[in-house]
Design a protein around this ligand. Structure first.
Ligand code: MG
Length: 379
């Protein structure tokens, strides 16, 4: 199929700069290119991730995470996607499978109509954000594969600018903390989960064994602003570079007061779910933590990144425990962020894909098209 080769060649030439997909007259629509109308086919399957360690946050503990793996097929090309559902966010295997069974992509015969397709998915029902992300991620992978380009290139981002990823240390006993810090040897920055009465013990234990920079995630665990500010000063002295979601998101004035007085940047996570929350978070937090499972996927994550930067906010990209599929999807944005917390696939023992790799602590993107994935395990 010479036409197909020519098309791919022309899109390769175009893809070095930022494109507005679907808007360029130079882009032949996919349905024309593939010689007639095709249908987008969505498939999905539940899967359970096994965690290397029991993971404890200020509010819960668990050793597995339910995910749903998705595929969108178009003319024999398959895009991979994923929904990850840590239980405290309210989605489950059941809710995601129920939502995805309602998604009918057969009305669309051109995967490049990404805004139309993803608007349709978003408006099917409220909520279901991880389920929606699983469609968004698979569609991005598919379109990138058709264009034969990785998404960071389609967006025009420089892969050499990716930051180091932090490695997460959950709330634990001193013995386990020392063990985890040892395991985290290749990582240049550690993210410590705080928010219980063991906070100072955790940091002191870590400081006995390493002087690496730390960031802390309180997961809304502190309730009092004066206590939060005292802790912030103490943590600053211990080499903590930012504090994530110190107090409950509903305590807007307290969080804003802390940001105003805090010696290090504050990051909103639970308070910042979707695009509309970025404007609300401006002046309340120094920055935002963008996660694909909160914001319905790569399309909205990229918009949040651009809006946050335009507002002068710090940008962090985070994750749930996920396979390398969703992690590689989020990593496409990593060249544009201040901090990355993309260790989700490193915390599990049954990953399904090889994709973005952490090399000497740094988020390292490959040249493969779409999300840069290779399937390494059947599901
Ligand atoms: Mg967080």
């Amino acid at each position: 199929m010479n036409n197909r080769r020519d098309f791919l060649k022309s899109t390769s030439l175009l893809a070095g700069s930022t494109l507005v997909l679907g808007a360029s007259p130079l882009l032949v629509s996919a349905s024309q290119e593939f010689g007639g109308k095709g249908k987008l086919k969505l498939r999905f399957k539940p899967y359970t991730l096994n965690l290397n360690h029991v993971f404890t946050l200020s509010t819960s503990s668990r050793s597995t995470t339910p995910v749903v793996l998705t595929e969108i097929e178009y003319h024999g090309i398959i895009g991979y996607g994923e929904a990850s559902m840590p239980p405290y966010l309210g989605e489950s295997h059941e809710t995601v499978l129920k939502f995805l069974s309602k998604v009918d992509l057969s009305a669309f015969d051109d995967p490049f109509e990404m805004e139309n397709i993803l608007d349709y998915v978003d408006h099917l029902e409220a909520g279901n954000k991880a389920a929606k992300a699983s469609v968004d991620i698979a569609l991005h992978d598919l379109v990138g594969k058709i264009m034969k380009q990785p998404w960071y290139k389609i967006w025009g981002y420089d892969p050499s600018k990716t930051p180091n990823t932090s490695y997460t240390i959950g709330i634990d006993t001193p013995e386990m903390i020392r063990k985890k810090v040892k395991e985290a040897d290749p990582y240049k920055i550690l993210k410590v989960k705080l928010g219980r009465d063991t906070d100072k013990m955790m940091i002191e234990t870590i400081r006995e064994v390493t002087d690496k920079p730390l960031c802390v995630d309180i997961n809304q665990g502190w309730k009092d602003k004066a206590f939060a500010l005292d802790m912030a000063h103490w943590l600053h002295e211990k080499g903590v570079v930012f504090i994530e979601q110190a107090m409950p998101k509903e305590q807007v004035d307290d969080n804003a007061w802390l940001t105003e007085h805090c010696p290090v940047p504050t990051i909103g996570d639970e308070a910042v779910q979707r695009l509309e929350d970025v404007v609300k978070a401006h002046k309340v937090y120094s920055g935002i933590n963008i996660k694909l499972m909160k914001c319905t996927g790569m399309r909205e994550a990229n918009k949040m990144l651009e809006l946050g930067r335009a507002l002068g906010m710090k940008i962090m990209i985070g994750c749930m425990t996920e396979t390398s599929c969703a992690i590689s999807a989020a990593s496409q944005l990593a060249p544009m962020v201040d901090w990355a917390d993309l260790d989700g696939a490193l915390l599990i023992s049954n990953d399904v894909y090889k994709g973005m790799e952490v090399v000497n602590g740094k988020v390292t993107l490959n040249d493969l098209p779409g999300l840069g994935l290779k399937k390494i395990r059947s599901y």
